[in-house]
Design a protein around this ligand. Structure first.
Ligand SMILES: Cc1cc2nc3c(=O)[nH]c(=O)nc-3n(C[C@H](O)[C@H](O)[C@H](O)COP(=O)(O)OP(=O)(O)OC[C@H]3O[C@@H](n4cnc5c(N)ncnc54)[C@H](O)[C@@H]3O)c2cc1C
Length: 391
């Protein structure tokens, strides 16, 4: 990554702002939130995110005309690095800022952009992603939730599942079948649906971690305005795939700095407890450090690559690298902790951060496209093997 003197100045600015502002009422938020721990200090984290927004630290990579800051890739990377290093809490508006916002910028109408982008940038409205269904996970084109026009409204019926943060969300971007009888990717539309209405029931799912980040969402005659379709009616598959591509962008670098922090904490703990004296564990810690370096090098190369020469398999390689790495880290943490890792801190199910990390990391190889799906993509795109038959 090429870093200019201006970039270094930008880094100093980010670092100084975070040091000055992660104080007072926000000081206690360091390290709060993130996968498996989204329940932590939610309202305070919303306040922190709005504070960030007011200072211009959200939506850095969006174009200025849409409320962003035209930040270069290098600056975005620097921001994520500094953000994670400072210990600032996990972001609450991720799905709006990283997934829906760029999708609206690419496919939304000017009215949709004016209506939704400022509220995403200001963290005034939170979003969730309504893709997966009980019969459509990896095979997303099997979506059966339907929407039909009734006057000036779409009326939506069906069920989504594994919908992260649906309890907190104000809006959901929903992939629904708007052409009756259509199959697979045809006849789908990408709808923007308000969550707080009587046609929607959100039922939290209790996870292995004891927390409930994801939910079942039932649409029973839920309504949204006719104009709240992103892209053309019936062209939702294309829009939905674009959102998935945004999911694997620059934010993955911030995630990796979070991983680095976890590894550093684990190394400290291993030194403190004497576990680091075990050559087998020391070797595994060293391997984890190497894994991080590999991941970072791959991510930087992928982000800087010329799309014309990319195979399209690069994000899948990154997903496989980080999901496996993080699961291994969870297992290593249990080894470093030793026998106490098998017991909850208190009855009935009070887990510590390491136990939660270990348990939540089981999901890493599933969400954002499972490992098997990623390997299928690599086989097709990088190796030119035949496309797999779909059920
Ligand atoms: C923590 C977490 C958060 C999530 N958040 C959201 C969210 O906010 N919104 C949302 O819409 N969804 C969300 N999901 C859902 C996620 O996208 C799906 O779980 C994922 O796409 C897999 O789908 P599935 O669970 O139905 O498994 P299935 O697709 O039923 O897969 C079951 C198993 O079969 C394998 N398999 C399936 N198809 C193939 C194939 N063609 N080749 C080889 N193996 C295959 C899979 O790899 C897996 O091991 C979340 C999931 C998790 C775990």
């Amino acid at each position: 990554m090429q870093v200019s003197p201006q970039d270094e100045e930008f880094r100093r600015r980010v670092r100084a702002w975070l040091a000055e502002n992660l104080t007072g009422r926000f000081a206690g938020l360091r390290g709060a939130g993130g996968p498996g721990r989204e329940h932590e200090a939610h309202d305070e984290r919303v306040a922190w995110n709005r504070h960030l927004a007011a200072a211009g630290w959200t939506c850095l990579g969006w174009p200025a005309e849409h409320g962003g800051h035209d930040a270069t890739l290098t600056q975005q990377v620097i921001f994520y690095e500094e953000y994670a290093r400072s210990g600032a809490p996990a972001r609450v508006g991720y799905l709006g800022e990283e997934l829906l916002g760029p999708t609206l910028i690419a496919f939304g109408t000017p009215e949709q952009q004016r209506r939704f982008l400022p509220a995403i940038a200001a963290v005034e409205e939170l979003w969730c992603q309504g893709y997966s269904e009980p019969g459509a996970g990896s095979d997303l084109a099997a979506v059966s939730t339907s929407a039909r026009l009734d006057g000036d409204d779409w009326v939506i019926t069906g069920q989504k599942v594994w919908t992260s943060l649906a309890v907190e969300a104000d809006w959901c971007f929903v992939l629904a079948r708007t052409q009756p009888g259509s199959r697979r990717g045809e006849g789908l539309s990408y709808l923007l649906v308000p969550m707080r209405q009587k046609g929607i029931t959100v039922r939290p799912i209790r996870q292995l971690t004891g927390t409930s980040e994801f939910n079942e969402v039932f649409f029973d005659g839920a309504r949204t305005e006719r104009g709240l379709v992103v892209g053309k009616v019936g062209d939702g598959w294309r829009v939905a795939r674009a959102t998935l591509a945004f999911e694997r962008g620059v934010a993955t670098l911030g995630q990796q700095i979070g991983f680095e922090r976890e590894l550093n904490r684990l190394v400290d703990m291993a030194k403190r407890t004497g576990a680091a004296g075990d050559p087998l564990l020391a070797g595994k810690l060293a391997r984890a450090w190497i894994g991080l370096e590999v991941m970072r090098a791959h991510a930087l190369r992928m982000l800087a690559a010329d799309p014309a020469t990319a195979t399209g398999a690069e994000p899948s390689v990154l997903k496989l690298l980080w999901s496996r790495w993080h699961q291994d880290l969870g297992e290593l943490a249990m080894e470093v902790l030793g026998a106490p890792s098998m017991v909850a801190r208190a009855a009935p199910y009070d887990l510590d951060d390491w136990q939660r990390l270990f348990l939540f990391s089981r999901a890493d190889t599933i969400y954002g496209g499972s490992d098997e799906i990623q390997r299928g993509i690599i086989a097709e795109r990088a190796l030119g093997l035949p496309r797999q038959a779909r059920s």
